[in-house]
Design a protein around this ligand. Structure first.
Ligand SMILES: [Zn+2]
Length: 201
């Protein structure tokens, strides 16, 4: 029989179990009355990314990473919506917001945004850019972009507590890119999943 001393030694020499990592997945344009840009195939950013978000959640679960999807915020205004997401983001290891770009018919490529000055945000965005460029080498790599005050998505990136990134994987306004990504929600979610696994390792 083990002595109390031996039992205590056994208890204190146990390795702590690794903490389960948590990702907050925000679908862009989740405010009331906002659906974002509409693709050449007539699909809104919100509709497309809601599906990507669900697929991503499933894939993260398979990799033992916990995640929550927010696809609706109970506000109309951007500022209130960002404050709400900020409150929701406590306790997560990182937060991402899913979008797609829209500009001219020929603008193309993928880019990942982070808050200027956030080293961890930069690392997160870089992880997405790296995996994306490896999986889709034929697509233009627009790089990671530091967003400063007044820039696109700045409030979301700066108000949420954990390191944050905004995903802009293609231009929905470009017919070629839309054809490439239409129906590829699961494959895109796989890129995001691998990037998050990489970042959280
Ligand atoms: Zn958007």
């Amino acid at each position: 029989m083990k002595s109390i001393f031996e039992k205590l030694i056994a208890i204190f020499s146990r390795k702590p179990k690794p903490r389960i990592k948590k990702v907050l997945i925000c679908v862009g344009h989740s405010r009331m009355g906002d659906k974002g840009a509409v693709s050449r195939g007539n699909v809104s950013e919100w509709a497309y990314n809601q599906y990507v978000a669900e697929k991503l959640r499933e894939k993260l679960t398979e990799r033992s990473i916990s995640s929550t999807v927010i696809s609706e915020t109970p506000f109309k205004g951007y500022h209130k919506s960002c404050s709400y997401l900020s409150e929701q983001s406590w306790g997560y290891d990182c937060v991402i917001e899913l979008h797609f770009n829209s500009h001219t018919a020929t603008a193309n490529g993928f880019e990942y945004l982070y808050c200027a000055g956030s080293e961890k945000g930069k690392k997160l965005a870089e992880s997405f850019r790296k995996i994306h460029s490896e999986v889709v080498p034929g697509q233009k790599d627009r790089g990671v972009k530091a967003i400063s005050q007044g820039g696109r998505g700045y409030r979301f990136l700066s108000k949420t507590k954990p390191p944050a990134a905004i995903c802009e994987p293609f231009f929905g306004s470009n017919a070629k890119e839309w054809v490439l990504y239409e129906g590829m929600e699961s494959e895109l979610a796989q890129i995001y999943c691998d990037a998050l696994v990489d970042y959280l390792a």
